[in-house]
Write a protein that binds this ligand. Structure first.
Ligand code: PLP
Length: 416
């Protein structure tokens, strides 16, 4: 049975919402957990945990191949999840939704398949930005080793905003693809992706968006954006790990060869020749993450109860509050001050290494991220080895931000 999106939305109440996430009641170092590392991975509501448990407890069977009750039930649930994803991102068809392990695999799939399709010639360029996650740099370099693809990098200003004039000038006849992050995981910048796509399309260049951080924070409509490809990870959007999505326009997916070979992606196999299944199945070799797909479907159902705008507005209030409070701390510098920001704050404090901040506030049960956040080039841009990063989800509270600020002040005092 397919769940359609309910028109009657559940009123957002953070105290009620927190009850949906069992982990939020646990203690860490004898203190209530303050989980502020949502950009790395989000916590899971009980309904997602139940979906995984139910599948393994009652419905476990392999999909697509069995003609018996359980296999058909598992197939129905898995394909139902694909339909939920299609509606969630407003793809035109479920055939445009490829299940992968996550954003990283989605981008690797695209890079590998485009190379095999001879989409790139020697010396061709892929435009990325200075704020990419390594997942949107390394796959192109791996392919570049084989094909000599050059990466051109859109520069940013000191606030962490892309230089769109520079971008427009960078596009040239060698540019084959623009591949940029929708929301930066280390700066929080929300990039003007619709504008980027318009500019690229005006020069007939397709665009991949890395939506790992965007899908948890805002409603993504791939048709409205006119994105050619869009990748995201289930675990950052309140779903399980090991499942994600690569969306691609059918016109591209049809011409792209498979990424991996094996069972489930074929139509006929002889020792001389194999013919492949239709999209998206030709990209999904082997037994997939069935439980993960079903769990992602449950996460989408969970999110669909709410008005996403209401969740985003609440997260923005958390961001504004945290920005104000952290900025009041002497010697603390926020890295990434874009006008359009999602709820991610990177910061450094003069004279204190981010690792010390992260380790010491953990003793108060506060989980933040420290390091380069898999974005070493942006650290080089700001001449920093690392930052501390707090990232919020709609289940976080203003009191948790107060605890973060108190924790940081305590660390500062220890070092003074
Ligand atoms: N892109 C961005 C912007 C990210 O923040 C991340 C993860 O932090 C990734 C890509 C990679 O996601 P995954 O590790 O789930 O494949």
């Amino acid at each position: 049975m397919i769940n359609t999106i309910s028109e009657i939305k559940r009123k957002f109440d953070v105290n009620e919402v927190r009850k949906d996430f069992p982990i939020l009641t646990r203690m860490v170092n004898d203190k209530p957990l303050v989980y502020l590392d949502n950009a790395a991975t989000s916590q899971k509501p009980q309904v997602v945990i139940n979906a995984l448990t139910n599948y393994y407890t009652y419905d476990n069977a392999n999909i697509h191949r069995g003609l018996y009750f359980l296999s058909e039930l598992a197939t129905e649930q898995y394909e139902d999840a694909r339909l939920k994803v299609k509606e969630f991102i407003n793809a035109l068809s479920t055939s445009e939704v490829i299940f992968v392990k996550g954003t990283t695999e989605g981008i690797n799939l695209l890079a590998s398949s485009l190379c095999r399709a001879k989409f790139f010639n020697e010396g061709d360029e892929v435009i990325v930005s200075n704020m990419e996650h390594h997942a949107n740099i390394v796959p192109w370099q791996l392919m570049g080793d084989r094909k000599k693809i050059k990466l051109s990098v859109i520069p940013i200003n000191d606030d962490g905003e892309l230089d769109l004039d520079a971008f427009e000038k960078m596009i040239n006849p060698k540019t084959k693809l623009v591949s940029v992050v929708h929301i930066s995981n280390s700066l929080g910048t929300i990039n003007p992706v619709k504008k980027i796509i318009d500019i690229a399309h005006s020069k007939n260049v397709p665009v991949l968006l890395d939506g790992a951080q965007a899908v948890p924070h805002c409603k993504v409509d791939v048709q409205d954006l006119d994105a050619d490809f869009y990748a995201f990870s289930g675990h950052k959007v309140f779903g399980p790990t090991g499942i994600g999505v690569l969306y691609g326009k059918a016109e591209y997916l049809e011409m792209m060869p498979p990424y991996q070979g094996g069972g489930d992606m074929i139509r006929t196999v002889t020792f001389e020749k194999t013919t492949f299944d239709d999209i998206p199945r030709k990209f999904e070799a082997g037994t997939p993450n069935i439980a993960g797909g079903i769990g992602l479907g449950a996460a989408i159902d969970y999110l669909n109860q709410f008005d996403r705008k209401e969740l985003a507005e609440y997260e923005n209030m958390l961001l504004d509050y945290a920005t104000k409070k952290l900025s009041e701390i002497e010697g603390l510098r926020i890295i990434g001050k874009a006008k359009e920001k999602a709820s991610v704050i990177s910061f450094v404090i003069e004279g204190i290494h981010p690792y010390d901040i992260g380790t010491l506030i953990d003793t108060d049960g506060i989980a933040i991220r420290t390091g380069h956040h898999c974005t070493q080039p942006i650290m080089q841009r700001y001449n920093l080895p690392a930052t501390s990063r707090a990232s919020f989800a709609f289940y976080n509270t203003f009191e948790e931000i107060d605890k973060l600020v108190a924790g940081v002040l305590k660390v500062k005092k220890m070092f003074s």
